[in-house]
Design a protein around this ligand. Structure first.
Ligand SMILES: *[C@@H]1O[C@H](CO)[C@@H](O)[C@H](O)[C@H]1NC(C)=O
Ligand SMILES: *[C@@H]1O[C@H](CO)[C@@H](O)[C@H](O)[C@H]1NC(C)=O
Ligand SMILES: *[C@@H]1O[C@H](CO)[C@@H](O)[C@H](O)[C@H]1NC(C)=O
Length: 187
């Protein structure tokens, strides 16, 4: 037991970023790092990276001692994942995923096993679509048709009130003028 605890403590798998966001049809590079002691001279290196989504685990990358095992890759990722073999030696897993689809969204988990131990690292990927972009960027400055109707009604009512008040105002001014003239006359 003490052996497995110490191995778990010394062998780690990190992510360089815990969450990624990308647009549909674009591409992205997901990256993990793991403890290397032997500078690439493993006796054993086993890696499985999968997407956990909708209660399923879909393998996107699997390799044994640096050799890829394409048969285990799920159809969803067929021809869309490129791994950087050179950086494995430095303890880095770099997976370039191209032509991203909305169903690529989810939790990505890489399990790594070497003679030093076993561990895993996870990150989240969120794929946004053109529809998401339009929804979040849509300006709210142009009034809705219903709002526009109300604006027209209010302007129209204002005109009616002004038209109704004009004769009253003229009458008032006329009376005031006449009274003033009358006062002048008597003085
Ligand atoms: C993993 O992350 C920890 C904490 O940031 C860091 O100390 C360690 O060096 C990292 N290890 C690897 C293999 O990336
Ligand atoms: C994914 O991105 C969209 C658009 O930015 C956002 O509305 C949504 O909440 C995000 N989902 C997650 C799980 O982060
Ligand atoms: C991605 O490509 C598909 C098919 O070519 C297209 O229907 C969709 O609108 C594209 N999405 C974006 C965000 O460009």
């Amino acid at each position: 037991l003490s052996l497995s605890v110490s191995s778990a403590a010394t062998f780690v798998v990190n992510v360089t970023q815990s969450s990624y966001e990308a647009e549909e049809n674009h591409s992205i590079t997901l990256e993990w790092t793991f403890t290397t002691r032997t500078q690439g001279n493993w006796r054993e290196l086993f890696i499985v990276c999968s997407l956990l989504a909708h209660r399923k685990g879909l393998v996107l990358y699997q390799s044994h001692d640096g050799v890829e095992i394409p048969e285990s890759q799920h159809d969803q990722f067929s021809g869309r994942v490129q791994s950087d073999k050179d950086v494995l030696r430095e303890g880095r897993i770099r997976l370039h995923v191209s032509r991203l689809r909305t169903e690529d969204s989810g939790l990505y988990l890489c399990d790594v096993k070497t003679e030093d131990g076993f561990n895993s690292g996870r990150c989240r990927l969120n794929i946004t679509t053109a529809a998401d972009q339009i929804q979040t960027q849509r300006p709210t400055l142009t009034p809705e048709p219903e709002e526009l109707e109300w604006i027209i009604i209010i302007i129209f009512m204002g005109l009616i009130i002004a038209a109704a008040l004009t004769p009253l105002l003229l009458c008032y001014l006329l009376v005031k003028y006449c009274l003033a003239r009358e006062k002048d006359f008597y003085l």
